[in-house]
Design a protein around this ligand. Structure first.
Ligand code: G6P
Length: 760
């Protein structure tokens, strides 16, 4: 750095000096020319005023008068003297000062005598710089001789030297000033930030940096560089954390699944093969925000789980390009390399028209299949037009996928969710060599309920195109097999949970989705977290309950509010002490049922608050906007109790996220028995969300539970999630799909296909 400063300053000094010398040279040249011109002009004026008198004296022949005339003009500024010559070049008269200098007739005089023209010259006589101006003398056409006027020109040189000195002095001053300013700029704007960055990198390298957030020092001048360094640092930190975790796990002899282990496992499993994922939501969304474009990752467990797999296999993710600026970021094949900062796999965006989105997503998927599969007493709506669009969009996605896999042999395809029930069959018809799994993220209802759907046969048939169909829990698998049994011609093997339809066999297994556990040491005590949170929310309470949801009628938010109301009625000692914070992120608001529900939740919170609130305290605080994962963490960490009261839910990741966040091993989870998570999180206080009194009592039990019991329950639930985390979910799904035999033969005729029905 010091060398850099010295080099910079030397370059500046040399540069500025050269420029100054050139400009002062030019100034001296111009000054010299002007001074000479001025002297020539003065000589000319003197010659003009003197010539008349000298001519008269010469004509009259009065040499005495001539001498006096000449001597009279002799004391002008810088004038050395005057001399008069006859036409032969002999001196007639000269001033005293000139005598020692002009022993011989100067050549310029002889030249004027010859040419009869005014002449002047700058020359040195006896080493003295002089200016000699010579004018012819005439009287009426008679040539009388010449007059020579000699000026001392040495003052010109002196003045030029002065100009040089001044310029040199100015340049010196500039150079010193510029060097000092440069030195200061380098110190403040470059050396300082670089030193801070170096310190920061050192603490990163030596592991003294808290891994929670790697903030780059504020280095304005190097912002682009800083961004790159930040990304680099984050990868370094992630790699270090992963390596430490792996090492710890090795020491502990455990086999916990991590993103890195999943990536390595998938790489080995796929070999040269490639992985393809299809989902409605895309992993990266480009949104126009005013004049800039914001890129975001939707907060979704599915994306967390599948990203490391896609990165490791450099696969392709096909999804609906739903962002307002999505089209501006794809190439002509609708491809985009992601993650944008560190491209590792391909995102293929599929475009939908408004009508297609309306019919396929809002209509058939969310007004039909969603309420059909979630038994939450909202009537499903099935419209012919929506069904047509659902088929059309499934075909569109199938075509996009077929295009993507056309050059890949035996591709592995993971289709996600109820938006694409028809896709597995469409893919397998064209590419029987592809291994296709579909994971159904929502419940599958019993056969009678599913029978409400006018197109149940087509949906089941579409799903049975897959080699593997996954649900969260065994009960959903059983419901699906029952529905299959009643809907399409097939052979069901209840021992292995397979369905054989025609020549094709589909395996139906549960894969409980999960989250990643926060294993870091708690940074704050629960009371510190709570105080900070209450302050940020401007709430005055002793206990906090929390609920985090998309606004959806399946989540039982209104029932939860009624439970809070009942709790305060039954246990009034908690008035002024307990506040329930509800994150209610608007979702699918375009649909009337969802839009109305947003208003109902708001109204119900308002009613209960109006009934109980006093001073700064309110029983319910409803936060009606999308919250990022980072914003929700402090809520989870500070809450005394988290309420998940879904009327029906495939898994419910909020329950698992709450447990995952509680690295302090405290907090109580109240969990609906109608969630998939209730099958694993046995240490939650399990409730029936339709039983308001039971939920109210559960709140009291949670708030009054012994710390030791809270800890024991939380430890147990955390152990479950540690073992069955999101990476294990992805790993088992992919392992099972890649290990299936695609050429399974039909069960021999006569052998009973249905061997066991665990649902019975
Ligand atoms: C819930 C379900 C997922 C579903 C998602 C769709 O999270 O559990 O199965 O894919 O909603 O949400 P979206 O906002 O895309 O309609």
């Amino acid at each position: 750095m010091r060398l850099l400063s010295v080099r910079l300053i030397v370059s500046l000094v040399v540069g500025v000096t050269i420029v100054s010398l050139c400009s002062s040279g030019y100034e001296a040249l111009v000054g010299k020319r002007n001074l000479r011109r001025d002297l020539q002009r003065r000589a000319a004026v003197l010659a003009e005023s003197l010539a008349g008198n000298v001519e008269r004296d010469l004509e009259k022949g009065t040499l005495q008068t001539l001498r006096r005339t000449v001597q009279r003009f002799a004391n002008r500024e810088n004038l050395i003297g005057l001399a008069v010559y006859d036409p032969e070049g002999h001196i007639i008269s000269e001033t005293r000062e000139l005598e020692p200098l002009m022993a011989q007739t100067p050549p310029v005089v002889l030249q004027t005598l010859k040419s009869n023209q005014e002449t002047d010259v700058f020359e040195r006589i006896s080493d003295k710089p002089v200016h000699i101006a010579v004018v012819p003398l005439r009287h009426q056409d008679k040539f009388l001789g010449v007059l020579a006027i000699v000026h001392d020109a040495s003052y010109i040189r002196a003045q030029i030297l002065q100009i040089w000195w001044e310029t040199f002095f100015n340049a010196l001053l500039y150079v010193v000033l510029i060097a000092m300013i440069t030195l200061l700029i380098v110190r403040w704007s470059i050396e300082g930030p670089i030193a801070r960055t170096a310190n920061w990198m050192r603490s990163l390298r030596t592991g003294r940096m808290p891994s929670s957030r790697i903030g780059v020092p504020d280095v304005e001048l190097f912002r682009p560089l800083a961004r790159e360094v930040a990304t680099f640092a984050e990868s370094l930190n992630t790699a270090r954390t992963a390596a430490e975790r792996e090492a710890r796990l090795r020491v502990e002899g455990q086999s916990q699944w991590t993103a890195e282990r999943l990536a390595a496992d998938v790489r080995t499993r796929l070999g040269t093969g490639k992985l393809f994922v299809v989902s409605n939501r895309e992993p990266y969304v480009h949104m126009q925000r005013g004049r800039s474009v914001q890129i975001s990752v939707p907060p979704s467990g599915l994306i967390t789980a599948l990203e490391p797999v896609l990165r490791a296999s450099h696969g392709t993710w096909v999804a609906h390009g739903g962002g307002t600026a999505d089209r501006d970021f794809v190439d002509r094949n609708d491809h985009l390399q992601v993650p944008p900062d560190d491209p590792q796999y391909t995102l293929r965006r599929v475009w939908l028209t408004k009508e297609e989105e309306e019919g396929y997503y809002y209509g058939f998927a969310n007004e039909g299949l969603w309420p059909l599969c979630h038994i939450a007493h909202t009537r499903p709506i099935f419209r012919e037009m929506d069904w047509e669009r659902y088929q059309k969009v499934n075909r569109k996605f199938a075509d996009a996928l077929l295009e993507e896999i056309k050059d890949t042999q035996r591709p592995v395809v993971l289709v996600q969710d109820y938006h694409f029930a028809l896709l597995p069959r469409m893919i397998k018809q064209k590419r029987p060599d592809a291994r296709v799994a579909i994971f159904w993220h929502i419940p599958w209802p019993n056969a009678e309920t599913f029978g409400i759907c006018p197109w149940q046969r087509e949906l089941v048939d579409g799903l049975l195109g897959a080699d593997l169909v996954g649900f969260h829990i065994q009960a959903h698998c059983n419901n699906f097999l029952e529905t299959t049994d009643r809907t399409v011609e097939s052979r069901i093997n209840w021992e292995h949970f397979t369905v054989q339809r025609g020549e094709h066999t589909t395996t139906v297994h549960p894969f409980p989705i999960s989250v990643e556990l926060d294993e870091s040491a708690p940074q704050n005590s629960p009371s510190e977290s709570r105080t900070a949170l209450l302050k940020s929310l401007d709430v005055d309470a002793l206990f906090i309950g929390v609920g985090v949801e998309r606004v959806d009628y399946t989540k039982g938010v209104l029932e939860r509010f009624l439970a809070v109301e009942r709790f305060l009625e039954k246990y009034p000692r908690y008035l002024g002490q307990f506040t329930f914070v509800q994150v209610a992120a608007p979702s699918r608001s375009h649909l009337k049922r969802y839009h109305d529900l947003e208003a109902e939740i708001e109204a119900e919170a308002g009613r209960i608050n109006w009934r109980f609130q006093r001073d700064k305290w309110r029983p319910i605080l409803s936060l009606n906007r999308q919250h990022s994962h980072e914003e929700i963490q402090p809520l989870y960490k500070a809450a005394d109790v988290c309420m998940v009261t879904s009327l029906h839910d495939g898994m419910n990741l909020v329950a698992k996220e709450f447990v995952a966040a509680r690295n302090d091993e405290s907090g109580v989870l109240i969990l609906s028995i109608f969630t998939g998570a209730a099958h694993e999180l046995r240490d939650a206080l399990q409730v029936n969300p339709y039983d308001i009194d039971q939920m109210a009592d559960a709140i009291r039990v949670a708030l009054e539970m012994d710390p030791e019991e809270k800890q024991a329950r939380m430890q147990h639930m955390r152990r479950t999630i540690r073992e069955y985390n999101i990476y294990r979910w992805a790993a088992t799904l992919i392992t099972e799909l890649t290990e299936l035999r695609l050429d399974q033969q039909p069960t021999p005729a006569g052998q009973p296909a249905r061997t066991q029905n665990p649902a019975a």
